[in-house]
Design a binder for this molecule. Structure first.
Ligand code: FAD
Ligand code: FO1
Length: 445
């Protein structure tokens, strides 16, 4: 049974006769998916059919072919996995606010279930669907281990405030997933013609697909199993050195829900060989990741300057007129043509691979603050580049990571300096003390 606390009834009502429609959105996988399990359990209980539907849009927050290819290939695999389980999967293209209501009317659905997503545009889609349909609508948090509204009912100050709240509830929520009920005799639609989907896709094709990351749940499982066997033990020592491939590289898969964070956490949690590494990895995967969802869920300005704390806004305001040693436009940043070879290398790593190392992301965003006329402009440029090039962009982790770097969100005040005010500063020499900067520049030249 799915824990009731995982579910938010967004529109109440009796579940009558007719298919249960799971509108798959953020958690694009057939396994370890609480929203799918919940829909399947309800289907069995109410004697209704179960249908999964995904709505493809052409204009998702600056995403281009790189991200769409990664997502569509993952969905292809999900369709095949669902087919094996005798669960019908449909793909709609166009506006979800129009498509989903029409779809549920056509199939005579009795309930819409969707997965939880704190982002504004997705909440707007859901609101539109709820307004245009007469059947109940349930949202299931299938992304966080402790459901976002259960870990906290307010905007948290930082990891130190949310950590005890999550840890208190973790033993109740970090459990094994129940299996899906077996479905017989459900009518399956024709297989999706994916080549037509690609043909009709109208997205920016200037950023090519990544040759470094294979898409889909199978690739995610392989990446994770390599991390468990070869990298987890050294995680604590190696995670902050961008020359060592010491992190899990799971963020693109987690972003598209091709693997469940809860599956990753369960396996890592049971690994007692290297406790320090285990704990520091779980701190990132659970506390930091779920803190990002908290920030976006409870702060409508998660993607701009207004979302920062009062102390951060005032210190940045006080330093608005400070002279900037360098000023670059979005295009100059995008072309990696700053005076700083380390910054340019980080930008190139992201452009070429589709994923910048986590340590460099902090340096990269902070330097954008230092080299732009205003923090608002810095935020805009950082989000633009992050969303255009990263496979894991357009994610609560991205908005929160940028807000941490530029606006001190979830951080504290540091000693005051030009431009940054009291926002934590990072510089080239600090990086030099941490890792072989020249090597990183050479590899990403
Ligand atoms: P690992 O170190 O292996 O961590 C495992 C998982 O934990 C990650 O996949 C991620 O889900 C989570 N995690 C790790 N670090 C953080 C963190 N600081 N905050 C929240 N969750 C974390 N992450 C994204 O997923 N998408 C983004 O667009 C994104 N943009 C960022 C921009 C900036 C400026 C900063 C400072 C951070 C950003 N992050 C983003 C957070 C973090 O850098 C990445 O999640 C991490 O580098 C992904 O690599 P990995 O999977 O190998 O991480
Ligand atoms: N979600 C959808 O429901 N439909 C889409 O067409 C879609 C495209 C897309 C492209 C790039 C990307 O990074 C995300 C995309 N998403 C889409 C949303 C995604 O699955 C996540 O739910 C959000 O980015 C929040 O994490």
């Amino acid at each position: 049974m799915v824990d009731k606390r995982r579910i938010k009834i967004q529109k109440d009502g009796e579940i009558k006769s007719g298919p249960i429609v799971y509108w798959m959105q953020r958690d694009q996988r057939a396994e370890d998916n609480w929203a799918l399990i919940y829909s399947a359990e309800l289907a069995v209980k109410s004697g209704n059919e179960l249908i999964v539907v995904f709505n493809l849009v052409n204009d998702f927050l600056l995403a281009g072919l790189r991200q769409y290819y990664f997502m569509i290939e993952g969905l292809k695999e999900t369709e095949a996995r669902l087919r094996k389980l005798k669960i019908p999967f449909y793909l709609l293209t166009g506006s979800p606010g129009e498509n989903i209501p029409e779809f549920v009317r056509d199939v005579g659905a009795s309930l819409i279930v969707s997965d939880f997503n704190p982002l504004k545009n997705i909440r707007k889609w859901k609101k539109e669907v709820i307004e245009k349909t007469a059947i109940p609508f349930h949202t299931v948090d299938a992304h966080n281990i402790v459901p976002c509204w259960e870990s906290s009912d307010k905007l948290e100050f930082g990891a130190y405030t949310i950590r005890p709240k999550i840890q208190r509830k973790l033993p109740e929520f970090l459990c094994e997933f129940p299996g899906l009920p077996v479905f017989h005799g459900q009518k399956l639609p024709d297989e999706i013609k994916w080549e037509y989907i690609y043909e009709s896709l109208k997205v920016d094709t200037s950023v090519k697909k990544s040759e470094y990351f294979l898409p889909g749940s199978e690739a995610a499982e392989k990446m994770f199993s390599e991390f468990l066997s070869a990298k987890l033990a050294g995680y604590e020592a190696e995670r902050n050195d961008p020359n060592l491939k010491g992190t899990s590289d799971l963020s693109p898969y987690l972003h598209f829900g091709q693997i469940a964070a809860q599956r990753v956490a369960l396996e890592v949690h049971n690994n007692f060989k290297s406790m320090d590494s285990r704990d520091s990895f779980l701190e990132e995967l659970i506390i930091r990741r779920e803190l990002s969802d908290n920030y976006c869920f409870y702060n409508k300005d998660y993607d701009n300057f207004n979302g920062f704390h009062v102390w951060a806004k005032s210190t940045l305001d006080e330093h608005r007129k400070d002279e900037r040693e360098y000023i670059y436009s979005a295009e100059e940043f995008e072309r990696a043509s700053t005076h700083d070879p380390l910054w340019n290398a980080a930008q190139r790593e992201m452009v070429v691979k589709g994923k910048m190392h986590g340590y460099m992301r902090m340096y990269w965003a902070k330097k954008i603050l230092e080299w732009t006329p205003s923090p608002e402009n810095a935020f805009e440029i950082a989000v633009f580049l992050n969303d255009k090039y990263q496979l894991d962009g357009r994610d609560p982790n991205g908005y929160t990571g940028i807000a941490w770097s530029i606006g001190g969100v979830h951080d504290r005040a540091w000693s005051e300096r030009p431009v940054y005010g009291k926002i934590r500063y990072m510089n080239f020499n600090g990086c030099k003390r941490k890792f072989d900067v020249e090597k990183y520049i050479k590899v990403n030249s």
